[in-house]
Design a protein. Structure first.
Lengths: 174, 104
């Protein structure tokens, strides 16, 4: 067992443990912090697999952006120290059965299937240089069109978020 | 160098996925449901990177899909936080059982 294998299993355990704390914790702020730690350990997995750029993106966007936004909205909509209400037993039972059955089925399928890696190919280093060249390439296998579409999507989403959340002071006074 | 078998990575990501599914169906609070969706999206990202690294190391397709999923997740979170804040202003709660104006 090499060191990277041991590090993988440690990181995998931490990801699953903090993911479970996110789902099961009844204090919403603790759930948010567990989600933060879980996403950070996922970024650790990416660094372990030498996909440095995606690991950096994960930390910058998820941990630095999304979690901060979620914590911000928790502060806006919750009184501190309040526990979340307990879920209904029937609902818990239904979703637990669904999750366990799905996990069992997926594990069974994955353990049966034989994966065939591509042989005799020269691996491409997933560094910023190669990713950037293919991302903005407009010949075959280039990704410039999805890149532009995702730009428009992000712009539309951010403008839409402002439009939805803005306070309409005149309307409320009438 | 010996590597972790691919099936172990897939079992890790499916565990994370079904934790997210459990949270999405059992929680009543909108923000915690949003956190569960984040877990689901992350498990898919792990899958994409693992497949790219193990099965097709001569391509970068998994990396691109992961980047696009991260961007779509950011857009989704910003929209849903806006909706949640608007909902809180109107109903003073974000519990899905209490906001029943459009039910039936």
């Amino acid at each position: 067992m090499s060191a990277s294998t041991i590090i993988f299993y440690i990181l995998a355990t931490l990801v699953v443990v903090f993911g479970a704390l996110t789902v099961f914790s009844r204090k919403i702020f603790r759930a948010a912090i567990s989600l933060l730690l879980s996403l950070t350990f996922v970024a650790g997995l990416y660094f372990l697999w030498d996909v440095d750029f995606i690991g950096a993106l994960q930390i910058i966007i998820y941990v630095g952006g999304i979690i901060v936004l979620i914590i911000f909205s928790i502060f806006l909509t919750h009184h501190s120290g309040q526990k979340l209400p307990k879920a209904k037993v029937s609902k818990k039972l239904l979703s637990g059965t669904l999750a366990v059955a799905g996990l069992g089925f997926t594990t069974w399928v994955v353990s049966q299937f034989v994966f065939k890696p591509a042989v005799g190919v020269t691996p491409v280093e997933p560094n910023v240089h190669n990713i950037g060249l293919q991302m903005l390439n407009y010949s075959e296998y280039g990704y410039v069109f999805p890149f532009e579409v995702i730009n428009i999507l992000l712009l539309a989403a951010l403008v839409g978020a402002i439009v939805i959340a803005i306070k309409k002071s005149q309307e409320t006074e009438k | 160098m010996e590597q972790v078998p691919l099936s172990h990575i897939l079992i890790l990501s499916s565990t994370l996925f079904f934790l997210g599914v459990y949270g999405f169906f059992s929680r009543r609070n909108l923000i915690t449901m949003l956190m569960s969706v984040e877990l689901i999206l992350n498990s898919v990202n792990i899958n994409f990177i693992a497949f790219n690294k193990y099965l097709f190391p001569h391509q970068l397709e998994g990396v691109f899909f992961t980047m696009f999923i991260i961007v779509v997740a950011a857009a989704e979170v910003s929209i849903s936080i806006a909706i949640i804040i608007n909902l809180y202003r109107r109903f003073k709660t974000i519990d899905i059982e209490d906001t029943t104006t459009m039910k039936y």
